[in-house]
Write a protein that binds this ligand. Structure first.
Ligand code: OFO
Length: 175
């Protein structure tokens, strides 16, 4: 008897998507922790930016969740550990965001590559949203660091930097 598979999502791609779910959950928790630190330091605008960013990352996680389950797989609630709670400076926060987003981009690209090689064009197509999103996220993270360079941190510089960061839209935010 020939057993017809009841789904086209292969196990390797499903595992990679679950790993990406973990990464998005980690991003959400990481940015929430950063938001809290900023708030305790008086960086109110940066805190609001990061609370919103954290929410967006949770949205990314859920987008992957739904896709995996709808494609016949099983999305797994990730364990989120090793969250950093304090930072040396506001600049360190935004340097960490850029570094983190670059690693997320690489991870998305690896799954896209796997999808192409295994001819999973459905997941390939689904992931294009994340490819575009990552480019935007890296741009915003770089923009935040440029603000530090342009304004400078001396005197009331940090006060003004916080205000300008508050004007950036968290990635994926509407409006
Ligand atoms: Fe989910 O885009 Fe950032 O990490």
């Amino acid at each position: 008897m020939i057993i017809t598979p009841n789904r086209s999502l292969n196990k390797d791609v499903e595992d990679l998507l679950n790993e990406q779910i973990r990464m998005e959950g980690q991003s959400s928790a990481y940015y929430l922790s950063m938001a809290s630190w900023c708030e305790t330091q008086g960086y109110e605008n940066s805190a609001q930016f990061l609370y919103q960013h954290s929410e967006e990352e949770r949205g990314h996680m859920l987008k992957l969740f739904k896709y995996v389950n709808e494609a016949g797989g099983h999305a797994l609630q990730p364990e989120v550990t090793d969250i950093k709670h304090s930072f040396k400076s506001l600049r360190e926060v935004f340097e960490a965001i850029l570094e983190h987003e670059i690693s997320v981009t690489k991870s998305i690209h690896e799954i896209v590559d796997k999808c192409l090689n295994s001819k999973d064009y459905t997941t390939f197509n689904f992931l294009q949203w994340f490819v575009v999103e990552q480019r935007e996220e890296e741009t915003i993270a770089r923009r935040a660091l440029e603000i530090f360079e342009i304004i400078g941190e001396e005197g009331i510089g940090l006060w003004n930097i916080d205000i300008e960061i508050g004007k950036l839209h968290a990635p994926g935010a509407t409006g």
